[in-house]
Ligand binder design. Structure first.
Ligand SMILES: [Zn+2]
Ligand SMILES: [Zn+2]
Length: 422
């Protein structure tokens, strides 16, 4: 498509920076950079200049030449760049550390809109030749079948190899054809023009950036063979990354660790903050979690009771019952969500163990989950009117009592606990 070649190797590439909007007019003839006519698509660069009016400026702060510079100080680039249009990131692979990860700009959505980044990157590295390979490049060279395309690529690769510093930009999604096979059971994706893919893949493995040895003379010209892969389809991206062994960024390494931690976590038994029973997330199913999504209310004291307090009261009643006391005490504790009796009626809700949906994604420490969920269910439900009706209906059942204490006498009518052997 576009073949920018610096004809005089002694001319600084920064000449590009002075071309400005007139790139295609007079500037191009005087620049030392040629736009090979047979490969060019003249409307494209003016379009870039419209989108990025300062594409070739070098003096302003935060200008593209700084933002997109490939001069990376102590970081040693491998010469491979992957631009992921789906994830909206630019990955610059390094030899001496994890890949650098940079966010794409909002308007960088296609190959055309990436030109500011690519051209300024080349400018920063003094690249002699940029070759963009996409379907336009193929059609301008009348390469339509796979063999012809492979032939054209071989010639182009050889031409560019004559330059010390070159960059190839592959528009992967336009070059590689994917076929999606839909069967009843599953969907599988594969590459149709596999020969072409292999050709590009092998080229991607040949990128390198030579470093100037410490004790060499000033005439030493370090060779740089850059490869930029622009890719959008997730299948194509994953396949390419795997095949060429493209290094991960620190962010990707951290994400993978977090994913592994979560997987391990999903295999570990935990206590469900809703039903308070043990569960293993990867093995639990919908319906396994039986719970109430309200709070416990004491009809006698007319106060909410915490789950632990309710359980303690239940235990006390059970002990009293064992010793012959009346066993109707716990009837005063009800769930506000459904007015079922605490400790004896079945839960009103059914679901999957773990945090309620509303709390998923919030940062709650594992040890606080039960308390937080209890608080959440209490705040969620307004049972005032329901409780008022209940009190009216059941008014004659209870004689008001002061709140429970460790020495609570549960009901005036009940037999207070008296140790038999005291
Ligand atoms: Zn309930
Ligand atoms: Zn549960």
């Amino acid at each position: 498509m576009i073949n920018l070649i610096k004809q005089t190797k002694n001319t600084s590439y920064s000449a590009v920076a002075h071309l400005g909007i007139d790139f295609f007019d007079s500037g191009i003839r005087n620049s030392g950079i040629s736009l090979t006519e047979s490969h060019s698509r003249p409307h494209i660069l003016p379009e870039i200049c419209r989108i990025y009016p300062n594409i070739f400026q070098t003096n302003a702060t935060n200008n593209p030449s700084q933002q997109f510079s490939l001069v990376l100080q102590r970081n040693k680039p491998s010469g491979r760049i992957l631009i992921d249009l789906q994830e909206r990131k630019c990955f610059i692979e390094l030899l001496n550390g994890p890949t650098l990860e940079k966010e794409l700009l909002d308007d960088e959505t296609s190959l055309v809109t990436l030109f500011a980044r690519i051209i300024n990157g080349c400018s920063s590295r003094n690249i002699d030749s940029i070759q963009i390979i996409d379907t336009d490049f193929l059609s301008k060279n009348t390469a339509f079948d796979e063999n012809k395309i492979i032939e054209l690529l071989a010639t182009t690769f050889a031409e560019c190899d004559e330059y010390n510093r070159s960059m190839f930009v592959f528009d992967m999604d336009s070059l590689i054809t994917l076929s999606i096979n839909d069967s009843n059971m599953s969907q599988s994706t594969s590459i149709s023009n596999i020969q072409l893919y292999r050709n590009i893949r092998e080229k991607c493995k040949q990128a390198f950036v030579e470093n100037k040895p410490d004790n060499c003379d000033n005439n030493f010209i370090a060779k740089e063979k850059w490869i930029v892969m622009v890719v959008k389809h997730p299948f194509l991206r994953s396949r390419l990354i795997e095949d060429i062994d493209f290094k991960q960024s620190q962010e990707q390494i951290d994400e993978e660790k977090e994913r592994e931690r979560k997987e391990r976590d999903d295999e570990t038994e935990k206590i469900c903050p809703k039903c308070r029973r043990g569960y293993i997330l990867s093995k639990t199913n919908y319906g396994n979690c039986q719970y109430h999504d309200g709070y416990i209310y004491d009809l006698q004291t007319k106060k909410p009771v915490s789950y632990n307090e309710a359980q303690a009261l239940l235990l006390k009643i059970s002990l009293l019952t064992q010793r012959g006391a009346s066993n109707d005490q716990h009837l005063k504790l009800v769930w506000t969500c459904c007015f079922r009796i605490f400790g004896s009626d079945s839960p009103c809700r059914s679901g999957i163990c773990g945090l309620p949906e509303e709390l998923q994604g919030t940062q709650i420490k594992a040890e606080n989950e039960i308390a937080e969920v209890e608080k959440h269910f209490k705040a969620k439900i307004d049972a005032t009117n329901k409780l008022k009706v209940l009190h009216e209906v059941c008014a004659d059942l209870f004689i008001p009592q002061p709140s429970y204490s460790t020495n609570t006498v549960f009901n005036q009518r009940s037999t207070p606990y008296s140790p038999r052997n005291s």
